[in-house]
Design a protein around this ligand. Sequence first.
Ligand SMILES: Cc1ncc(COP(=O)(O)O)c(C=O)c1O
Length: 350
Amino acid sequence: MSKAPFSDFRSDTVTQPTPAMRRAMAEAEVGDDVYGEDPTIARLEARTAELLGFESALFVPTGSMGNQISLRVHGRSGTEVIVEERSHVFHYEMGAMAALSGLLPRPVAGPGGRMPVSGIEAWIRPESVYYLPRTSVVCLENTHNFAGGTVLPRPAVEEVLFLARKRGLAVHLDGARLWNAAAALGVTEASLARGLDSVMVCFSKGLRAPVGSAVAGSKAFVAEARRVRKLFGGGMRQAGVLAAAALVALEEERGRLPEDHARLARLARELAGLRGVSLDPGAFPTNILIAELDPGVYGSATDALARLRERGILAGAAGGSSIRLVTHADVGDADVERCVGSFREISAGA
Ligand SMILES: Cc1ncc(COP(=O)(O)O)c(C=O)c1O
């Protein structure tokens, strides 16, 4: 499994499409999707809606576009969106909600990626004060990437939904890795999506498809989302070649995710015992871990990444002296051993 010279733990987006995906892409029946004529995209949208328990879904090029389309549909310009402070939609989408839709993010600190309901409630603007902006949307992330692939279980979602309903807010879920959350909890994706106003999912993260995400919701939501997708330049033509790979991803790759989680758990356990590594091995239930490294042992995070790279290990920066490691289909047990061995060497001053 180890693809020398590098074992690539940077992200679950670095995977190669499977032979079954490449075959499906070559054989896909396609049409012009701006005219609504691509049968493979139609199949992918129907299957995604079914898996998530929604009326309808829309294929979009990227997760970022899916999030931004959803926020634009739910929120009027000048209104506020409550987000977790390390969320992708706030941190890593280039201020798009402000730039594209005139929306103002209001970040709430969420330990482990989970915003406390009291924190959300505190940021909701009161209707009674006419000169304040209005709050329009709460955005959740499940799993939460930069909290270390943490999972939002159903009761936590319910609490947010209850508050949002009471205050008349839409709730959007960035479910780029909802598949991982469902696998970790042993529940269906639909059970985690129930009651939300929209959900974005990605086929191109742990599921190995080369391109593509979707947004799902009611028929009315998806009709609006289709218009906004075109506005944002995301109307695609014979993109059934991409949807074909995503369909294979949905049917053949979700069942494999527990293997990624087991490898990550093993990696976390082994790293936790090493000098200069701070991490709680119980804190990472899916395929992502964040390790804080003692600069006295590893140097800065940049130094640590360079020293790992010299040993054939690719990892990512995670802020301050922390780094991020992600398991996926293209890293196996040998890569995990190589990674642990490299940390051991560096921490021993080799
Ligand atoms: C939680 C989360 N949401 C959204 C995205 C955006 O997906 P894309 O890279 O397809 O725009 C990512 C990408 O890593 C992500 O981790």
